[in-house]
Each structure stands twice: as C-alpha cells, then as structure tokens.
Design a protein around this ligand. Structure first.
Ligand code: ADP
Length: 243
C-alpha cells in the first residue's frame, strides 16, 4: 500500500533523515520505535506532508511520487486517503466532540450535515464516546479527547492512519483506553503506522516494527522476530534499556 524509498530531510545543517526506506502492506500495524531524536516524528510528518522532505520516493496504491517535487494537488489527493492522529489531539477547542468529527466532512468533503453527523455518531460510538457527543474538549479527559481525535480520523474512511506518539501526552491511567481503541482498529484490519514508546503496544498489537536511530532505519521486520531475536546490536542495546 505504502512504500517510501531513500527519504532525506534536513533542518538547516541538521540532517535528520538520512535515506529512510520502509514498506507498509494493507492491514499492517507498524510500530516505529527508536530513541528520542532519531527522526521518528519527522519521518511520519514527511510522509503525510506536514514537513516537506528534501528528496525521496513515495509509492501509494501503486502511484509513484517524487517527494522532492510533489505538487499541492498531488498532496491533496493523497491526503484524502490518509488520516493523522497527533500527540496533542489537535481538537478545535470551540467545537463539540461531534462537531470535531464532522467538521472535515462538511467543509473539506462537502458532505451534507445530516450525513456527516450520522457518520460522526457512528465513529464516536466506535471509540466509546457517543454519550459525550456534545461535550467540548475542555470537558473531556486527555484519553477521551484522543479517542475523539481517532473518531475524526476514522470518519474520513482513510486507507491508513498515521499516529504520532498518541499516548505520550496522557497520564498513565488514561493510556489504556486509547491503546484499547487502537487494538480494536488493528483487529478490524485497519492499516496503521504508529510512532510509539508503548512497548506493550508494539509487542502485542503491531505486526511489524521499524527501529530507527540517528536518522536511519537500523532494523525492520515482523514484531515477533524483532522482540524475540533482534539482529542488530544497536537494537539489542535499545531493548535492554527499555525492558
Ligand atoms: P523523534 O521523533 O525520534 O524523537 P524527531 O523527528 O522529533 O525525533 O526529531 C529528530 C531531530 O530533528 C531532533 O534533533 C530534533 O531536534 C530535530 N527537529 C525536529 N523538528 C525540527 C524542526 N522543525 N526544526 C529543527 N529541528 C527539528
């Protein structure tokens, strides 16, 4: 479904991504792991054009794009097939849970309000937030806000959802409810690419792991193999530190 080849990205003199390649198949749940500062978030943001890559190739659904010279129109077309869940939820503060979920459908996709609300409610239901449809973000816990953000991502029927450290802003007791929703999506076959520090999620839910360090992919492969018998010494050192 998604293939990235030789992606490079620098911020000024700082080379952050030094030729990253990865593949995501339909139905994969891919965890991107690695020490802080290794370029995980930048990679995810480049793939979804929240940052502009300097160079690289992206293939999505068989369509080929040159990341160094991709056009706005191509980006808009690709974005229709993807959704992004942010670390800090990024909900509109002056809109209710339901309005947050329907906003994109109504404004960007020109969907009639009634239809958008029907989909919105269905998605809030899916993440266990239908009873909070009329609450504003400040009336919700962090975990609840993140579940609304996931409902918003789902509402656009994306082919893949990108998650950027979706639980790292949450108090420990709220992490579980968000991971439970993600686990449920994984079971339903949703394709997900997840930057995470949650080793339990990577171990138990992800089908594949990409381990990054210093702007490189050091190792990637099926989760079971990654955790049971990591091939690279740097991976083993990382796993020793965090487990
Ligand atoms: P990770 O997600 O693995 O912690 P990041 O992708 O957030 O790593 O960051 C990788 C490196 O890029 C870090 O050194 C960070 O300081 C730098 N960086 C990230 N975003 C920017 C930016 N907008 N401007 C300058 N440097 C940045």
């Amino acid at each position: 479904m998604l293939q990235v080849e030789n992606l490079h990205k620098a911020f000024g003199e700082l080379q952050v991504l030094k030729g990253v390649s990865l593949t995501v198949e339909k139905g994969d749940v891919v965890a991107i792991l690695g020490p802080s500062g290794s370029g995980k978030t930048t990679l995810l943001r480049c793939i979804n054009f929240l940052e502009k890559a300097d160079s690289g190739r992206l293939v999505f659904d068989g369509e080929d794009f040159d990341l160094g010279r991709i056009t706005r129109r191509e980006i808009a077309r690709l974005r229709k097939k993807t959704a992004f869940v942010f670390q800090n939820y990024n909900l509109f503060r002056n809109k209710t849970a339901l309005q947050n979920v329907t906003e994109g459908l109504i404004t960007a996709r020109k969907m009639p309000k009634a239809q958008a609300e029907a989909i919105g409610l269905q998605m809030l239901e899916k993440v266990g937030m239908a009873d909070r449809r009329d609450y504003f973000p400040h009336q919700l816990s962090g975990g609840q806000q993140q579940r609304v953000a996931i409902a918003r991502a789902l509402a656009t029927s994306p082919e893949i959802i990108y998650f950027d450290e979706p639980t790292s802003a949450l108090d420990p007791e709220l992490i579980g409810e968000v991971l439970a929703v993600m686990r449920q999506l994984a079971a339903e076959g949703m394709t997900m690419l997840v930057v995470t520090h949650e080793m339990s999620f990577a171990r138990e839910v992800s089908s594949k792991v990409i381990f990054m360090e210093g702007g490189h992919v050091v190792e990637q492969g099926p989760s079971k193999e990654f955790f049971a018998s990591p091939k690279e010494e740097r991976t083993r050192a990382f796993l020793r530190r965090i487990t």
